[in-house]
Design a protein around this ligand. Structure first.
Ligand SMILES: C=C(O[C@@H]1C=C(C(=O)O)C=C[C@H]1O)C(=O)O
Length: 196
């Protein structure tokens, strides 16, 4: 098991990589055959992923890879109605392993006017902000399958013997929409092979 500090040293030294982006096809959940019920339960769980991961480990942290205004991919632009966004990419890590890669899109006007706490989240979980507000409504999930060899794995310098799976959903707050996409990485408890 690669020690998180040496693993992160490698990733964080690649500062030019931010944003890592997440170029993948997103589908309605019933159009992809999810390998097993255990994974499906993780993919479609609407509760806070941060809290669920914390219940599976002793030491949890959010490792910020970057948060800055950056271009969106075509399939993100239409979901975000073409508004300029801050892109926030993090690794959700437990013990000595990165368990989730997350890429969130935060409209600049929301960060500046609507929810200023998003401007200086740093390594606090975005979920703590979103799930503590009753006026943030989560919209339905789309899911994605990331094949072995996808460039995200190469950029994150991770190997996987199986496809990875992820989900994304928008959170609506007043007239704004945020997008949160999460990819379960090989060591995460979303896969039955998890040793925990
Ligand atoms: C949406 C949540 O927030 C998590 C924390 C994130 C962050 O800090 O950038 C991003 C995605 C989530 O996995 C959650 O906890 O469910």
């Amino acid at each position: 098991m690669v020690s998180l500090s040496s693993y992160l040293q490698r990733i964080l030294n690649l500062s030019t990589h931010f944003p890592f982006t997440l170029d993948t096809r997103w589908e309605q959940p019933d159009t992809l055959s999810i390998p097993d019920f255990h994974l499906k339960n993780w993919l479609l769980d609407t509760s806070s992923l941060t809290e669920r991961l914390q219940s599976h480990c002793r030491q949890f942290r959010v490792q910020l890879l970057g948060q800055a205004v950056a271009p969106l991919l075509a399939n993100e632009k239409c979901q975000m109605q073409g508004v300029p966004c801050e892109v926030r990419e993090v690794l959700l890590c437990a013990e000595d392993q990165p368990w989730v890669f997350a890429r969130s899109l935060l409209p600049v006007s929301l960060v500046l006017e609507g929810m200023q706490e998003l401007a200086h989240l740093g390594e606090q979980s975005l979920g703590k902000v979103l799930f503590n507000r009753s006026d943030c409504v989560r919209e339905p999930f789309e899911i994605t399958r990331i094949p072995v060899g996808h460039n995200l794995l190469q950029m994150l310098q991770l190997d996987s013997r199986h496809d990875l799976w992820g989900r994304r959903s928008r959170f609506r707050y007043r007239h704004w929409h945020m997008m949160v996409a999460e990819i379960f990485l090989p060591g995460s408890p979303a896969y039955k092979q998890f040793g925990g």
